[in-house]
Design a protein around this ligand. Structure first.
Ligand code: ATP
Length: 358
């Protein structure tokens, strides 16, 4: 069981502005009082009892912490410290100030394939490292791929959010369909054959074309396309894409896991590591479909805010229900007790209220 510090995090860190938020809490900039170093603090609300709907189970936070503790790689967000109070756990992690990779790219006028490859290669290195530690991220998507500093000439990728990550055991069979459907395929079998690299294929496809490979008219159709690995490279969106790039994607988006490119093979694919000058030159001449990519990114951001607003609405509704009929049933009583816990922590409540109004 992971040991978390019981000291008050605010004695050691000054809590600053909100950097982002997820389903179970916020990420805020924090300043280490002793050294003046800036970090990020991930504030995760803990679930108070098994029947409660609010917050995270402690065992899930422990899993995220244990996984982060076992990962030390330049393309993966580093964990510094963990604090625990009665109602929340705070992960002190490396501050990643360059924003999301997709936002960085969408702000550009143009991007060649070779520039895009610099990013894909770093993601591959991070994922290959996770693979070597037998860890599957399970939620590799644009929101979780950030840049440590976007102002440097060659920005550095950082993979974040290990909330769904799993440590997988050698020889065991796994069957999973989790994470964000667009970015993860179904897999079924031993760890060696799992789908860590499908999401990289999807991210590369989107990056080059600005469209999503499996997008159907309905969620069911999208899911069917994912399960069948049904996609195509249409001429309109891929007119500027090299044959090598398509080959790279095709070798990752493969239904038969035994046929799928491995970590080592991906990093050695000629699109990533050209074998000759001609291959290298073609990557520099081809560009990504920027007009469409910008559209994709705008839609993605809109969808994220829509999801966030509807999640907040659902939460408010749940809390109202809890207040109105506190004695109605066991589950609703439980919701109310979560709320009381929050109210007994005026400092953290004030932090959340301030941020939600900002
Ligand atoms: P989700 O509900 O999507 O699983 P989460 O609660 O696990 O989210 P994260 O995805 O880890 O939270 O972080 C939420 C947001 O906070 C990110 O999208 C990002 O914008 C920001 N963020 C996370 N970690 C950092 C960091 N180390 N430095 C700067 N910003 C960060």
């Amino acid at each position: 069981m992971a040991l978390f510090k019981l000291e008050n995090v605010e004695d050691l860190y000054e809590i600053g502005e909100v950097l982002g938020s997820g389903h179970f809490g916020q990420v805020r900039e924090v300043l280490e009082r002793a050294t003046g170093t800036r970090w990020a603090g991930k504030f995760l609300k803990l679930r108070k009892s098994a029947s409660s709907r609010l917050g995270l189970e402690r065992k899930n936070v422990e899993r995220e912490v244990e996984i982060l503790q076992s990962l030390q790689h330049c393309n993966i967000m580093a964990l510094k410290d963990v604090f625990e109070s009665r109602s929340e756990v705070v992960l002190i992690v490396e501050l990643i100030s360059g924003g999301e990779l997709f936002d960085f790219i969408a702000a550009k006028e143009s991007l060649t394939e070779s520039e895009a490859i610099e990013f894909i290669e770093q993601i591959l290195h991070g994922v290959e490292y996770m693979h070597s530690k037998r860890i599957a991220h399970f939620d590799l998507k644009p929101e979780n791929i950030m840049l440590s500093d976007k102002l440097v000439p060659h920005p550095h990728i950082k993979i974040i959010d290990f909330g769904l990550a799993q440590h997988l055991t050698q020889g065991e069979e796994y069957r999973s369909l989790c994470g964000t459907p667009q970015y993860i395929g179904e897999w079924n079998g031993p760890f060696e054959a799992c789908c860590l690299y499908v999401s990289i294929g999807v991210i590369t496809y989107i990056l080059l074309s600005g469209i999503s490979p499996f997008q159907g008219d309905t969620d069911e159709e999208t899911l069917r396309n994912i399960l069948a690995m049904n996609y195509e490279f249409d001429d309109y969106h891929f007119s500027q894409t090299t044959a090598m790039a398509k080959d790279f994607i095709q070798k990752l988006l493969v239904k038969d896991q035994n046929e799928r490119m491995t970590a080592e093979e991906s990093l050695l694919h000629p699109w990533i590591k050209p074998l000759n000058r001609k291959q290298a030159a073609s990557r520099c001449r081809s560009s990504i479909n920027m007009k469409n990519f910008k559209k994709f990114n705008a839609r993605r951001k809109w969808k994220m805010s829509y999801n966030m607003v509807s999640a907040c609405n659902r939460l408010c509704h749940l809390q109202l229900l809890c207040k109105a009929s506190a004695k109605a049933n066991e589950e609703l009583r439980q919701c109310e007790s979560d709320q009381e816990d929050t109210e007994s922590k005026p400092a953290s409540l004030l932090r959340r209220r301030l941020s939600s109004s900002s």
